[in-house]
Design a protein around this ligand. Structure first.
Ligand code: KIV
Ligand code: NA
Length: 269
């Protein structure tokens, strides 16, 4: 069976169908989500936080993105896999963006790439799309600019900021993006952007009216260890994986220390 494509994504918006997206960073987890029918997966540079132990996405390299994107592609058969362009791999020029995106397509086998920015990234989006690489854009709170934002404030509050966000979303649509992530945007503004665009909006912390919703999988499954226990308001946990995995590790340790594992049935003679 063939993979989901950007055409399927466009058709979903025409039909008014919402769809889910999850991040994935390794073959095994991605295969679980593929079997669960998640149609679109993002190999997010959030791997810097979730898998590499950094406190932002800024240090993530293109080599790291290529390696983990290839793993997610190998672990899946049906989902559209999108690879994130990391900080410093596309801001310089459209040509730099094309070189970086080409590596994700050729070496990792992704079906699309994602990059941050609206008007400021429109030239990059245009060249990639003209070159045959589908692009998902990302506006609102763009985590690669955490130092400029000075944290993670909700975006689009106030008339001026709202108008800029609308211009940013229109700019990437006009440049040919097939979808756009809206991160940490008021529900009212995200609804307005979604109505104004013919490409789907993918919300994270952007209210219920986006065409699609994305969560970082470790947040979705209750694996993330929130600093100070403070989980953002937009996250919903669908499992308690951190507790489940910790319980399993403690039970294994107890069995080993107490001599209950391995038992006769685990042994060879
Ligand atoms: O890197 C990431 O996980 C993302 C999503 C949160 C949209 O960019
Ligand atoms: Na990202």
């Amino acid at each position: 069976s063939r993979r989901v494509t950007v055409r399927d994504v466009a058709a979903a918006k025409r039909r008014g169908e919402r769809w889910p997206m999850l991040t994935a960073y390794d073959a095994m987890t991605a295969s679980v989500f593929d079997e669960a029918g998640i149609p679109v997966m993002l190999v997010g540079d959030s791997m810097g936080n979730t898998h590499l132990g950094y406190d932002s996405t800024v240090p993530v390299t293109l080599d790291q993105m290529v390696m983990l994107s290839a793993a997610v592609v190998r672990g899946t058969q049906r989902a559209l896999i999108i690879g994130d362009l990391p900080f410093g791999s596309y801001q310089e020029s459209a040509a730099q963006a094309l070189r970086s995106a080409t590596r994700l397509v050729k070496e990792a086998g992704v079906g699309a790439v994602k990059l941050e920015g609206g008007e400021r990234s429109a030239d990059q989006v245009s060249l990639l799309v003209e070159s045959g690489i589908p692009v998902m854009a990302h506006v609102g709170l763009t985590p690669q600019s955490v130092h400029a934002f000075g944290g993670h404030p909700v975006q689009g509050r106030g008339e001026e900021a709202a108008q800029q966000l609308l211009r940013d979303a229109k700019a990437v649509q006009d440049a040919g993006a097939f979808a756009v992530v809206l991160e940490l945007v008021t529900a009212e503004l995200a609804a307005e952007v979604t109505r104004s665009l013919h490409i789907p909006t993918v919300g994270i912390g952007a209210g219920p009216d986006c065409d699609a919703q994305v969560l970082v999988w470790t947040d979705m499954a209750g694996m993330t260890d929130w600093p100070g226990g403070r989980m953002p308001r937009f996250v919903k946990q669908y499992a308690r994986l951190r507790e489940t995995l910790g319980d399993a590790a403690r039970a294994f340790a107890e069995d080993v220390v107490g001599g209950a594992y391995p038992a006769e049935q685990h042994s060879f003679h």
